[in-house]
Design a protein around this ligand. Structure first.
Ligand code: PLP
Length: 394
């Protein structure tokens, strides 16, 4: 007899797990691992936001809030969406949750019935397919390669949509590729989307982290799709607030109400002090981080491209580089054959002390994700270690 529900049995073990546990073991043994597997900024939460959170606690703002989040925060988010994204949402259309990850799960539960398909461009963020499956849906993975900058084309989208398609998911800037959809590309996708009755889920959590290009929301480029679009965002990446757990969605009113109701019975309101800190954070984005990330990106991508068998596009956003390492498959390191990008990552960790995540975790075997949310000197040192590692390949 099965002890676990069918729903939970659909969850696949994460491909990041073995690198992650090995990294921790090595660090525990005192090895100077450079951890480029992380998905969080290495900056501090803006000080005014941190103090707002502390003050909330000492002032006794430690009770439940409305399940959808405090009105003051939802008003501030509505203002931000108008001012920065050109999107009009009333506070009632915004639901705040415990991180964008939680927001996405609420969305899938709210819009998917058993067997509904979600078009999911790969490389994708590792939690999407698992969340879709747990909510009863079926991820329909569309492979997007380097020839289109890892971006979904209108032709691919049109071919992927079936009568069972309930939603299309777009993540721009993208984790793991760093790809950013440009306005003309969004308009072309919009042409296809408006011919079908499907929801559009936009994960825009990296919107602030773009280098020399502009982030545009698909619903700003195609305002007629407003009634079926859900815009997801959060505080983790822009404000270095990963541990505060705060994310949100802006959606058509009926969907927002349904999500708020679901949340009221599942997790209840997000942490009150986090909400108060988040409201302050919205006014304290530190634009200097963009220059820092851009500098590290340039150093890392140039370094990766100097390695034989490694090819890396220049990502336009987020804080990841996503090189193609298929050129090293079949090569050997100290007698061990590199048969997959997962093998490459394991060897790199063990022998170069650089932790990365294999593309297998993102539906893109043959690639590797390196986070450059690490110190500048660590980017340089990581590249040096990889160069030594490559020099020993036979
Ligand atoms: N979406 C993407 C693409 C991400 O990379 C992440 C975090 O890694 C999230 C959503 C979730 O972020 P959080 O739950 O911290 O808001």
């Amino acid at each position: 007899e099965e002890r676990l529900s069918r729903r939970v049995r659909t969850i696949r073990p994460s491909a990041t797990m073995s690198v992650d546990s090995k990294t921790k073991q090595l660090i525990a043994k005192g090895q100077p691992v450079i951890n480029m597997s992380v998905g969080e900024p290495d900056f501090q939460t803006p000080v005014p936001a941190a103090f707002a959170g502390i003050r909330a606690i000492t002032n006794g703002q430690t009770r439940y809030t409305e399940a959808a989040g405090m009105l003051a925060l939802r008003k501030a988010i509505a203002h931000k969406l108008q001012a920065e994204n050109g999107l009009h949402y009333a506070p009632e259309q915004i639901v705040v949750s415990n991180g964008a990850k939680h927001t996405l799960y609420n969305i899938f539960v709210t819009i998917l019935d058993e067997g509904d398909e979600v078009v999911l461009p790969a490389p994708y963020w590792t939690s999407y397919p698992e969340q879709i499956r747990v909510a009863g849906g079926k991820p329909v993975v569309i492979e997007c390669g380097p020839e289109t900058g890892f971006k979904l084309t209108p032709e691919q989208l049109a071919a992927a949509i079936t009568p069972r398609t309930k939603a299309v998911l777009l993540n721009s800037p993208c984790n793991p590729t760093g790809s950013v959809y440009h306005e003309d590309e969004l308009k072309a996708l919009g042409e296809v989307l408006r011919q079908h009755d499907v929801y559009v889920v936009l994960d825009e959590i990296y919107e602030r982290l773009v280098y020399g290009v502009k982030h545009v929301s698909l619903v700003a480029a195609c305002p007629d799709l407003y009634d079926r679009t859900l815009v997801v965002n959060g505080f983790s990446k822009a404000f270095a607030m990963t541990g505060w757990r705060l994310g949100y969605v802006a959606a058509p009113l009926d969907l927002a109400k349904a999500m708020a109701s679901f949340q009221s019975h599942s997790t209840g309101s997000p942490a009150t002090m986090s909400q108060i800190a988040g409201e302050t954070a919205l006014a304290h984005f530190e634009p200097g981080v963009i220059d820092v990330f851009r500098r590290r990106r340039d150093a890392l991508v140039a370094g990766l491209n100097s390695l034989e068998g490694v090819r890396c596009l220049v990502p336009e956003g987020a804080f990841y580089a996503f090189p193609d390492v298929r050129g090293v498959l079949g090569r050997r390191y100290e007698g061990q054959t590199i048969e997959s990008s997962a093998d490459y990552c394991e060897l790199l960790l063990e022998h170069a002390l650089v932790a990365s995540v294999p593309g297998e975790a993102f539906g893109a075997p043959g690639y590797v994700r390196f986070s450059y949310a690490v110190r500048d000197e660590d980017v340089i040192e990581a590249v040096n270690r990889m160069r030594d590692f490559h020099a020993k390949l036979t």
